[in-house]
Design a protein around this ligand. Structure first.
Ligand SMILES: [Zn+2]
Length: 123
């Protein structure tokens, strides 16, 4: 046994970590989608013709912010799905760039990491 091979404990902890992060992310997406629906419903009721309406500008800003948050949350979820797939095929602990091991502490802090710290720094 080498000191880089993940123990069953580490594997189980990684799976728990990814599942937890995915669940949190799905909740975030749900609440952001709810907020979006509310925003669309409230802006439909207002006078959308008046571009100089300060409330219209606020709604436009909120829409933009929500769109960005949603895009980020969906990208995070996709990254977590990929991490789960890597965990399943055994490549989770291997750096995608140099093929070396990724430190377990790094993966615990950042389950979506695909490279070791040295490669991440080089980028
Ligand atoms: Zn590397």
């Amino acid at each position: 046994m080498t000191d880089t091979a993940p123990s069953p404990d580490e594997r189980a902890r990684a799976a728990t970590l990814i599942d937890g992060a995915r669940a949190a992310n799905e909740r975030l997406i749900t609440s952001l989608t709810d907020l979006w629906d509310e925003l669309v419903a409230s802006s439909d009721g207002s006078n959308a013709d008046d571009e100089h309406d300060p409330e219209g500008a606020t709604i436009a800003f909120e829409r933009e912010r929500l769109t960005e948050s949603l895009a980020r949350a969906r990208a995070d979820l996709a990254a977590l799905d990929q991490a789960a797939a890597r965990l399943a095929d055994g490549s989770y602990w291997t750096c995608a760039t140099c093929g070396g091991p990724i430190a377990p502490a790094r993966l615990e802090a950042r389950p979506t990491a695909r490279t070791c710290i040295a490669c991440a720094r080089r980028r």
